[in-house]
Design a protein around this ligand. Sequence first.
Ligand code: AKG
Ligand code: FE2
Length: 357
Amino acid sequence: MGEVDPAFIQDPKHRPKLSDTKAAANIDGVPLIDLSPISSLDAGDHDPRKIEGLVREIGKACEEWGFFQVINHGVAAETRRRLESVARKFFEQAAEEKRKVRRDEKSVLGYYDTELTKNVRDWKEVFDMAVVDPILVPSSPDPDDNDLLEWFSRWPDYPPEFREACEEYARETAKLAMKLMELTARSLGLPANKFKDYFKDQTSFMRLNHYPPCPFPHLALGVGRHKDSGCLTVLAQDDVGGLEVRRKFDGEWISVKPTPDAYIINVGDIIQVWSNDRYESVEHRVTVNSEKERFSIPFFFNPAHYTVVQPLEELIDEQNPPKFRAYNWGKFLVNRGLSNFKKLNVENIQTYHFRLQ
Ligand SMILES: O=C(O)CCC(=O)C(=O)O
Ligand SMILES: [Fe+2]
């Protein structure tokens, strides 16, 4: 990734303003939420007021930002550090070693370093794996094709503890994601277990991101601006920084300050559709820098492939009619998964394509 390859160059209007966002980080950032009320609930303390306060905080963060950070979330620091350590060892290897577990068009899981976001190449390399292996998906985006396909995780030989570290982290993070879905349901006035059944045959996946130092950080992005298409993302970032969120009230790019051991949570497109726009899936991107490499680990919490995504009946009425028409999640995911391989002349599939006028 040494030379200035035009494939990485962002359109001038999407290039990062590297100095401004640093300053903005000190002014107003995404909310920080303490999840200890749910851990005390697990410990037998059933004070409803603590949970109600937390539910309100989450609802407010989802409405105002679509993003928040959580602390006291219950995922062991050791589990996260083990995963961070194997990720570092894996990416340190020579390109030909990593390419042995390269993704292909049949199974999109594994290693790759040529992802496009909005048809511009990202300055990163990634490793994707299933949270529940294998991931069951439609075999093609064609609505008339009912065949299914399994996406299996591919495991590298090195480091030897790689698979176990990933699986342990995935199990723990899935529990946190489910608790966050319960809190989100309550914040929308729904029963806590409203979303549980959607995750029975979940298509969740986890990604290890490595952003090498970039000689032209003012021209490229680690990940171009995008929204996450699933329900919810639980993201671990290291202490380097670079994630920027588009602030809802003024459209400014605001950096998310690294907070040790915290997770960054964001609402995905499916929650936006379910809530009929009450909670928006917010654009974000990743800047790179010329000196430091950066690692991050997003966990994308996604429902079963057969989920029909549409505004929830409980949240629509005559005053608030549905703003989206229904779509099939599996077809959407497969369509998106394939398009990230090739440069297209148009934007790939997006939820706004399902917006009703
Ligand atoms: O690396 C990050 O901080 C965020 C990555 C991201 O937004 C994504 O992979 O969807
Ligand atoms: Fe993202």
